[in-house]
Write a protein that binds this ligand. Structure first.
Ligand SMILES: Cc1cc2nc3c(=O)[nH]c(=O)nc-3n(C[C@H](O)[C@H](O)[C@H](O)COP(=O)(O)OP(=O)(O)OC[C@H]3O[C@@H](n4cnc5c(N)ncnc54)[C@H](O)[C@@H]3O)c2cc1C
Length: 241
């Protein structure tokens, strides 16, 4: 989402007022010093939500940023989002500054049908920004008695600390030539595991370049493009995808 003048941002918020809400910060948990999970409460009755759908948050006078709720309950008026505090932009600074009882302006969720119910085997590849997506995907997969494995590629700051997530994935350090450590792990997957997953569904979310490289490696291993779902969340040097 591009930076716009304040009057345009104000106008957007009022034009979309039917599609946005003011919500309250009611709980904050740090999963790691660089990963902040926030619970929001407000009137979201009758609002539709599917796994992987994103909201946008007004982060200052002129900017909106996209984020993916890890949990959504319209009836209870509660949702949660897991944020990466990468420290490089207005979104990250705003989220870092949020405290209990702050009021936040949020655009209602929208997106594709990411979850592929027909598959028994699901594979995740992502980074700090995708933890929320994977938490909600994992819940849905387990509700349907299906299986998941996957890899999280983390930057050096995040790698220095444990992360408390509700899923278990392999963790690798982000490499300068994106996804290379993850690709090594993919190539070394035990044969019996690969036999089960090779026709499964692969969700590649997060950094654009990592997605590109990991997708190429999957195709080289014979995975059909139809079974690979991609959604870039950020790209080095680009503002607010
Ligand atoms: C559909 C969608 C859903 C998303 N869901 C989530 C989510 O649930 N949680 C979450 O944390 N993020 C999520 N993101 C990513 C988030 O919107 C971007 O990281 C966004 O750029 C953050 O805005 P910013 O103002 O902090 O940085 P920007 O002003 O957009 O960017 C400033 C600089 O920071 C760099 N940058 C941006 N993100 C990162 C990063 N993660 N690590 C290192 N450098 C970065 C940019 O490349 C740029 O150079 C999502 C993005 C999309 C498109």
């Amino acid at each position: 989402m591009p930076t716009v003048p304040k009057w345009v941002a104000d106008a957007m918020e009022s034009v979309f007022s039917g599609k946005s809400r003011k919500v309250l910060v009611t709980d904050i948990v740090y999963l790691n010093p660089f990963i902040k999970k926030i619970t929001f409460k407000g009137d979201i009755s009758n609002v539709r939500f599917k796994v992987g759908w994103a909201i946008f948050i007004r982060v200052d006078d002129t900017n909106f940023r996209n984020y993916t709720p890890s949990y959504w309950n319209s009836e209870a008026g509660v949702f949660e989002v897991i944020f990466h505090l990468h420290g490089n932009g207005p979104g990250s600074h705003y989220i870092n500054s949020l405290k209990l009882n702050d009021v936040v302006s949020v655009g209602l969720p929208r997106g594709y049908d990411f979850y592929k119910k027909e598959h028994e085997y699901h594979f995740f590849f992502g980074d700090e920004t995708t933890i929320g997506f994977f938490e909600s995907l994992k819940t849905t997969i387990e509700e349907n008695s299906q299986n998941y494995i996957g890899i999280l590629e983390l930057d050096t700051n995040t790698m220095n600390y444990e992360i408390k997530t509700n899923f278990v994935l392999d963790i690798v350090a982000a490499s300068t030539d994106k996804a290379q450590n993850a690709i090594v792990l993919l190539k070394n997957l035990p044969e019996q595991v690969w036999e089960l997953w090779r026709t499964g569904v692969f969700y590649l979310i997060g950094n654009g370049k990592s997605i590109q490289n990991f997708r190429k490696a999957l195709k080289e291993k014979g995975v059909s493009g139809r079974n690979i779902i991609t959604q870039p969340y950020w790209v080095e040097g680009k503002i607010g995808l």
